[in-house]
Write a protein that binds this ligand. Structure first.
Ligand SMILES: [Zn+2]
Length: 444
């Protein structure tokens, strides 16, 4: 059914790291967005499009008039997240390798039970909608049923999601271990079952080089090459002890990235989480191969992994496709605002200020570019899928007060990044269908 939204709207039309902020950010103070069959049919000023509000039978189409302190924006995209770790967000006190053993593998082992995994997927996706996140690249557990559970629930909501079962055949407890052959066969069966079904895409998911044998790494690369259009995701250069571990496991390779390169795992539609401790050679190689990085700042801060140098990743002479990501449960919040704020702090830690426009880009269009989905989601334009959020720019008394001091749109966006949470997400649409509307009763 055709319907329309009228209100202030923002979208990124280009990469501000390359094109500059002003040419990239589009701000319509009184926009009209026409939605039809899950897609955006038209987007422009209300004045220029008001004639389209009359349907073919001469009847006005349904219109939602947004409020004075509301802002329509593209849904946020999470380019790296572990739905199976939802129960352990905020688990206390360790760094990466210990954290994996003490918490992550224990939580993931429970997903052998499909009913449990389905329940977890439902809770995870509900939180995504409440926080305005409409798409993501998702890690399941080693169990194929955890993928079935996730894709079933995402499909029921009509969400654009990519996901895959993690491949790990060494250095992990038996309950979450597969073998090279079994991992390959289970992944292929999942690809056959799910890839390209509606808005779902399969992502071959070797967890990271230390937990896959050379045989499994080779099979994962071959599987990806044998299934055109599928994705591949893994972790890269998150902590220094991990780098040393990779060096000892793969002594013949030049560096960490070269391990993935050697096994045919770099290229368009490959996404690597973190990318903190990378050499110039590795960054150049990521660019040359069209491989993407998912920047996971709350997780990096929480596990004391280091600060990602996002400005270096986006350097104009060899830009790397980069998106923001929560990396839950190592990450600490579902909220894109908390994630953008952590990205700002990570940039501060390495000597520069990430602007609100750059942060917003990384959480929307930039993440879509990292996932090679920029022609479908991540911005507002005719032909794009209608994954949208309506933000309340005055969602708490403090933010409402702060708003009176803001002189520019950029000020307003930055205040949201610092102060807002899920209360700022008034509504979330998936393919034009309203799936979340904030409960007014919970307002301050
Ligand atoms: Zn991760």
């Amino acid at each position: 059914m055709r319907h329309a939204l009228r209100g202030a709207a923002i979208t990124l039309e280009a990469d501000p790291f390359l094109a500059g902020e002003a040419p990239s950010l589009r701000h319509e103070t009184d926009a009209l967005i026409i939605i039809n069959e899950g897609h955006i049919e038209a987007f422009g000023s209300f004045e220029s499009l008001r004639h389209t509000l009359i349907g073919s039978a001469g009847v006005p189409i349904p219109l939602r008039q947004c409020g004075q302190h509301e802002l329509i924006a593209p849904g946020f995209i999470d380019s790296h997240v572990h739905y199976v770790q939802t129960p352990i967000i905020g688990a206390y006190g360790t760094q990466l390798i210990d954290w994996l053993e003490r918490y992550a593998f224990v939580a993931e082992a429970r997903c052998a039970d499909e009913a449990y995994a389905r329940n977890m997927a439902r809770a995870f996706l509900g939180e995504c909608l409440r926080n305005g996140t409409t798409s993501g690249a998702v890690y399941c557990s080693v169990h194929p049923q955890s993928v079935d559970a996730f894709f079933s629930e995402a499909s029921a909501l009509g969400m654009r999601m990519m996901a895959g079962k993690v491949l790990m055949d060494r250095n992990v407890p038996a309950r979450v271990r597969d073998s090279a052959q079994r991992g390959h066969d289970e992944s292929q069966a999942l690809i056959d079952r799910w890839h390209g079904q509606g808005r779902l895409q399969y992502c071959i998911t070797p967890r990271f080089a230390p937990t896959s044998s050379p045989e499994q790494m080779a099979m994962a690369g071959a599987l990806w090459q044998a299934n055109p259009g599928t994705y591949l995701q893994s972790h890269l250069a998150e902590t220094l002890p991990e780098l040393a571990w990779v060096r000892s496991l793969y002594p013949d390779r030049l560096d960490y990235l070269d391990v993935y390169d050697h096994y045919g795992q770099l290229g368009p539609r490959a996404i690597y989480g973190h990318g903190i401790h990378l050499s110039e050679r590795e960054m150049a190689r990521l660019h040359d191969t069209g491989t993407s990085i998912a920047h996971c700042p709350t997780s990096n801060e929480f596990l004391a992994s280091g600060a990602c140098r996002v400005r270096d990743l986006k350097r104009a002479d060899r830009p790397i496709r980069t998106g923001l990501a929560t990396d839950l449960g190592g990450g600490t919040s579902f909220s894109p605002f908390a994630t953008m704020l952590a990205a700002y702090r990570a940039a501060q830690a390495v000597g520069y200020s990430l602007s609100p426009v750059h942060a917003w880009y990384l959480a929307t269009r930039g993440a879509a570019e990292a996932l090679r989905l920029e022609d479908r989601v991540g911005s507002i334009a005719p032909g794009m899928e209608a994954d949208l959020v309506l933000l309340d720019l005055a969602s708490t008394p403090l933010i409402a007060r702060r708003l009176t001091e803001c002189e520019t749109l950029e000020d307003q966006l930055f205040a949201q990044i610092v102060l807002a949470d899920d209360r700022a997400v008034r509504a979330t649409w998936i393919a034009g269908v309203l799936h979340h509307e904030r409960d007014e009763r919970h307002q301050p």
